[in-house]
Design a protein around this ligand. Structure first.
Ligand code: PLP
Length: 465
């Protein structure tokens, strides 16, 4: 029997949701061109598309909103935000932006231009960061550890970077051609898997040895710290706050989407330890986002993020967060759904190559499963596979290692019984997998790396009511 996680909060406000009948869901899917990103939120019963900006705020965050100082420059809310980032994360210079990808765009392209370098190795790039590098004529390279490529084996820190592959790459390309090294904490693309403190330290050593900046994507820094505390014997008596400070002490520059471990609905920031880089980035923030004390956010957003950063390092919050996602994943596993192991921090990932072994990659199995999951259950999840990550290599299509269906769990939002409904619905669908048809592309955008967000799709065979 899986252990039931008990919420360390009570629900004081609710938002009604409804389950449309199947024939209505089919109509909505057809008008959304079979791409779940194009569905209306009101047509969805349980929305596990993302954990980004979709969580519930606490009473303290709602109260903090009222404290928002909306001055254009030098607002009180800005100083509160800056002080909190310094206290919780130990990062000296901070520039707010409207969300994570703005931080990626400004920091990554500035570093690429400054160093005149194109190659960006990462433990594994996330889709928005990868798109930023690609659209700046860069070369994103994924260097996950070998065990990350085996979805069904248990390993505590599958999010680690393959350090020997990193060294080989640097020797081959030359250190001057590497724009920066990127560590994504936790590693979203390969299953929300954490990065170990030893790996962070070793990557730091390599970055110092070759004089290449180390950038950290810290969207889920608190979840990563909780995994270090619970999976590394030597850290079990250290507080989350101490682990966070140590983890981040090894980075030079940072990007953050406050929509994840900022526990807010919008916002992000760039962090750096370099005064010189901060000054360079500040000009771009003014031009592209807003003045450096608001960066495209309202003062009240800065207050909500500051409060969220304090709450996210609370151990009872984190314990429930990680245990609820694990509970959801273990339920699915018990029902025979092949999930990536161990269960990740913010989402459960279904190994679609295992779940739908007969569907060819060119029919986008992960996205087909997402579309049919909505049709059969009213639940929205997201496909991360060929539609998002396939690329052209010497005239051929190079497929990513995985086809994954990601069921992301918004923070403090859904109850255990809602997650049980999803687990059972998905298991039922996979028992009747002949219902799931492959998809083909009808239209795709020209911008590189964003195809899965916008593509219009259609099933390769007629779907019956
Ligand atoms: C690891 C990671 N980096 C960057 C981003 C981009 O953040 P945002 O959606 O706020 O632009 C995300 C969003 O999902 C993410 O998961």
């Amino acid at each position: 029997m899986v252990k039931i996680p008990v919420e360390p909060y009570r629900i004081r406000m609710i938002e009604p949701v409804k389950l449309l009948p199947r024939d209505e869901r089919l109509k909505r899917l057809v008008s959304a061109s079979w791409n779940v990103f194009r569905l209306k939120s009101e047509d969805i019963f349980i929305d596990l598309l993302t954990d980004s900006g979709t969580g519930a705020m606490s009473i303290y965050q709602w109260a903090a909103l009222m404290m928002g100082d909306e001055a254009y420059a030098g607002a009180r809310s800005w100083f509160n935000f800056e002080k909190t980032v310094r206290e919780v994360l130990g990062i000296e210079y901070v520039l707010p932006v409207h969300q994570g990808r703005a931080a990626e765009r400004i920091l990554y392209t500035t570093l690429m231009d400054k160093r005149g370098a194109k190659v960006v190795p990462a433990n594994t790039h996330f889709d928005t960061g990868r798109a930023v590098v690609l659209n700046h004529r860069g070369i994103p390279i994924d260097l996950p550890v070998p065990e990350a490529k085996k979805p069904n084996i248990e390993a505590p820190f599958k999010g680690d970077m393959n350090v020997s592959a990193l060294r080989k790459l640097i020797e081959k390309k030359g250190a001057d051609n590497i724009a920066f090294i990127l560590l994504v904490l936790t590693n979203n693309t390969i299953g929300g898997q954490p990065v170990s403190i030893e790996n962070i330290r070793t990557v730091r050593e390599v970055s110092e040895e070759y004089n290449i900046p180390l950038v950290m994507d810290i969207c889920r820094f608190a979840e990563n710290a909780y995994f270090i505390k619970t999976r590394n014997e030597r850290y079990k008596n250290r507080s989350i706050k101490e682990i966070v400070k140590e983890m981040l002490s090894y980075g030079d520059h940072f990007i953050m989407s406050a929509k994840k471990d900022g526990l807010a609905n919008i916002g992000g920031f760039i962090g750096t330890r370099s005064r010189e880089l901060y000054e360079e980035l500040a000009g771009r923030v003014v031009l592209e986002e807003g003045f450096i004390t608001y960066g495209g956010l309202a003062g009240r957003d800065l207050e909500a993020i500051a409060q969220g950063l304090k709450e996210v390092v609370d151990e009872s919050y984190l314990k429930h967060r990680i245990e609820q996602v694990r509970y959801f994943g273990e339920l699915m596993e018990e029902l025979g759904v092949p999930v990536v192991k161990p269960i990740g921090g913010h989402a459960v990932y279904v190994d679609v190559l295992e779940a739908l072994p007969n569907m060819p990659r060119e029919q986008f199995p992960a996205d087909a499963l997402a579309a049919f999951l909505y049709l059969e259950t009213g639940v929205r999840a997201v496909g991360l596979g060929a539609l998002a990550f396939a690329r052209e290599e010497n005239g051929n299509v190079a497929y990513p290692d995985f086809e994954l269906l990601r069921l992301a769990v918004p923070r403090r939002t859904y109850t255990n019984s809602q997650l049980e409904y999803v687990a059972k619905g998905l298991a039922n669908l996979l028992w009747k997998k002949e219902k799931i048809k492959g998809l083909k592309i009808v239209w795709e955008p020209k911008v590189k790396g964003v195809r899965h967000f916008l593509a219009k799709l259609s099933p390769i065979e007629k779907v019956l009511l």
